[in-house]
Write a protein that binds this ligand. Structure first.
Ligand code: ADP
Ligand code: MG
Length: 232
């Protein structure tokens, strides 16, 4: 399996600073952060065959070095229940992504297992010119845009910092179990923060990371989308 450094070196060798979702998730896997299973399919027929292997329901997403905000381009279809839905999703993704990005080189789609619903959170990393790498934690989905409810910690984080990052958001109560739902596994979220922190502390080539969203469960958490950006 390619190590995180192999993945970074390959992108650098190709003169790219933005890793694809596939590369970003391989990198996370190398750090011990759970992600959805995903495989590249270059044609509609391959997508249908791959979906049968991965199982239903599944998710199709555009795979292109040139398209980083996939759903804005109509490049994400979730909850696909059978071969006919996968075939239709493949065609719809190709049509809308070609229309939105006529110049993009599109490799095909990734076929992914559909993560069961959880509390959507995000973990981000950015490089501050003065303070260096900073981690961000917050609620995902509409909440991050609506409430800007996020907390920041300087890298490197220890376990207490990770706990504080999670506890500091105003909506922390949502993670405690809300209206009968189970509390989320905060230990799993702390582990993700610590693994990202250790990785970026050791890897100055990484300028930004975006695990958005992570689905948090009462037992574990899984990154369903990821984007890693290297320094120029
Ligand atoms: P974007 O590039 O637009 O950020 P995402 O990969 O984040 O695309 O997909 C958009 C949304 O689709 C996610 O926020 C999530 O709610 C849902 N989604 C994406 N992948 C999966 C998956 N494998 N399982 C379940 N839901 C998913
Ligand atoms: Mg996303």
């Amino acid at each position: 399996m390619a190590t995180p450094n192999d993945i970074i070196q390959k992108a650098q060798g190709e003169g790219r600073t933005v890793l694809t979702e596939t590369e970003s998730k391989q990198l996370l896997k190398g750090l011990g952060i759970p992600t959805t299973e995903m495989r590249l399919a270059a044609t509609e027929a391959e997508a249908v065959a791959t979906a049968a292997e991965i199982g239903y329901p599944c998710v199709l997403k555009v795979s292109s070095h040139d398209i980083t905000h996939k759903s804005d381009a109509g490049g994400v279809k979730v909850g696909l229940k059978d071969a006919a839905e996968v075939a239709a999703a493949y065609q719809a993704i190709m049509a809308s992504c070609r229309a939105a990005y006529p110049q993009a080189v599109i490799d095909g789609v990734t076929v992914q297992d559909m993560a069961k619903p959880g509390v959507e959170v995000i973990v981000g990393m950015a490089t501050d010119p003065q303070f260096g790498p900073v981690l961000m934690f917050g609620l995902g989905g509409v909440w991050v845009e609506l409430l800007k409810d996020v907390s920041f910690k300087l890298v490197p984080l220890n376990r207490a910092d990770a706990k504080a990052a999670i506890g500091d958001i105003r909506a922390a109560r949502l993670l405690e179990g809300f209206r009968g739902s189970d509390p989320v596994d905060k230990g799993a979220l702390e582990d993700i923060l610590l693994r990202v922190s250790d990785f970026v502390a050791a890897t100055p080539a990484v300028a930004e990371m975006d695990l958005n969203p992570i689905f948090a469960y009462s037992d574990g958490a899984v990154a369903v989308d990821a984007r890693v950006i290297l320094g120029a």
